[in-house]
Ligand binder design. Structure first.
Ligand code: ZN
Length: 386
């Protein structure tokens, strides 16, 4: 294989202004604009300037691929909804609720989000691209026949089903660091041992989608290939580091994936308005850094993140880590304070360390220890076999 002078395969940053400009409405927490903020921040910090990097505009997925997962009747209703039509049937399938409203153009926008993920999976598996980041990808809550949790089309399931069709023997890991349990992806592969589904999330006792208990471990041939690590509200970087080191990384290493899709939602942060975890971007970075040595082929997906400014910082850091480059603020002191966020953190992408204390922290740690013990006893041995 011919190698470029920089000796690296290309990496793709999947983004377009058109994707970032789509609006879910003023009262909806999902803001595609955070992708635009990330693009701006990456530009400002010089992490999109390297010769192997390419900004790629996501293109619509071939509609016939949707039914690799979704029910045709649901797709038909979604196509009606995107034109602004409303019916009772739609509501039964989540279309027209507060979380998944009927929006003009939502079908076309979702096709592009799914197309970005699909194309990136194909490019990476074919060896054309080393790693990619689809900022507006990772709609892990979309169900076979219903929209939910801000998700209409499950880009993850469709792209993975398509790759298993082409290469049935692939070992793929889907690692979900978003604060919400990846219920749609789990459901689609619950009995399938080709995909290791691993999700670290706030416990379903306190957060939508109310699932993702550690006892959900897969069924039939898929037993042990679904791994759930629920965290208590108030879990901080220390608790997070513990579950990463003791459960997440060991299970992934034992599974030995050929390819990893990693959902790097930034809604685990303490400032996130929708969740109750208390991470800083130090804990977030540890997750992204830790998966890098496990498998070289990685597709990152943006997922959630509802504090726009801090989500953009997380995603910028993640892109730098995926590319082994260091962010440098060329304009610090010039435009610094004018562009983003709170004054105290201007000039740095990195959060100050912060740990929680007291009873809540103790409970979070005890729960994490209990869950990790369960995973090490019940799930890890499935993969540690010779
Ligand atoms: Zn989320």
């Amino acid at each position: 294989m011919a190698k470029a002078h920089h000796d690296r395969l290309p990496t793709h940053f999947l983004y377009s202004d058109e994707m970032g400009n789509f609006d879910f409405g003023p009262d909806h927490p999902f803001k595609p604009e955070r992708a635009t903020k990330t693009f701006d921040l990456c530009t400002r910090y010089g992490v999109l300037n390297y010769p192997w990097m390419k900004v790629v505009a996501p293109e619509a997925i071939d509609e016939t691929l949707l039914t690799l997962y979704h029910e045709p009747a649901y797709v038909a209703l979604l196509k009606e909804a995107t034109r602004g039509h409303v019916s009772v049937e739609m509501l039964e399938r989540g279309l027209g609720t507060a979380d998944t409203p009927i929006l003009k153009g939502i079908y076309e926008w979702s096709l592009k989000a799914a197309g970005g993920t699909y194309r990136a999976v194909q490019d990476i598996l074919a060896g054309r691209v080393q790693t990619a980041f689809n900022l507006l990808g990772g709609f892990h809550h979309a169900r076979r026949g219903a929209a939910e949790g801000f998700c209409y089309i499950n880009d993850v399931v469709i792209a993975l089903k398509a790759s298993f069709q082409k290469a049935p023997d692939l070992r793929i890991a889907f690692v979900d660091f978003d604060a919400h349990h990846g219920n749609g992806v789990q459901e689609a592969f619950y009995d399938d041992p080709r995909l290791l589904f691993l999700s670290v999330h706030e416990t379903g006792k306190t957060l939508y989608p109310w699932s993702g208990n550690e006892t959900e471990t897969g069924s039939g041939p898929g037993e042990g290939y679904t791994v759930n690590i629920p965290l208590e509200p108030g879990s901080d970087d220390e608790v997070y580091a513990f579950v990463l080191d003791e459960a997440v990384f060991p299970v992934l290493k034992a599974f030995r994936p050929d390819f990893m899709v990693v959902e790097i939602g930034a809604d685990t942060l303490i400032s996130d308005p929708l969740t109750h975890l208390k991470l800083t971007n130090n804990g977030y970075q540890k997750a992204v850094r830790g998966i890098m040595p496990i498998c070289r082929k990685i597709l990152a997906l943006g997922g959630g993140g509802y504090d726009l400014y801090r989500t953009a910082r997380c995603w910028t850091l993640a892109w730098a880590i995926l590319n082994h480059v260091e962010p440098e603020d060329e304009f610090a002191g010039l435009v610094g304070g004018m562009m983003f966020g709170p004054e105290m953190e201007v000039g740095s992408l990195f959060d100050r360390p912060y740990l929680t204390k007291g009873e809540g922290k103790e409970k979070a740690f005890e729960e994490a220890q209990r869950v990790v013990a369960f995973i090490r006893e019940r799930v890890l041995p499935v993969h540690a076999r010779p």
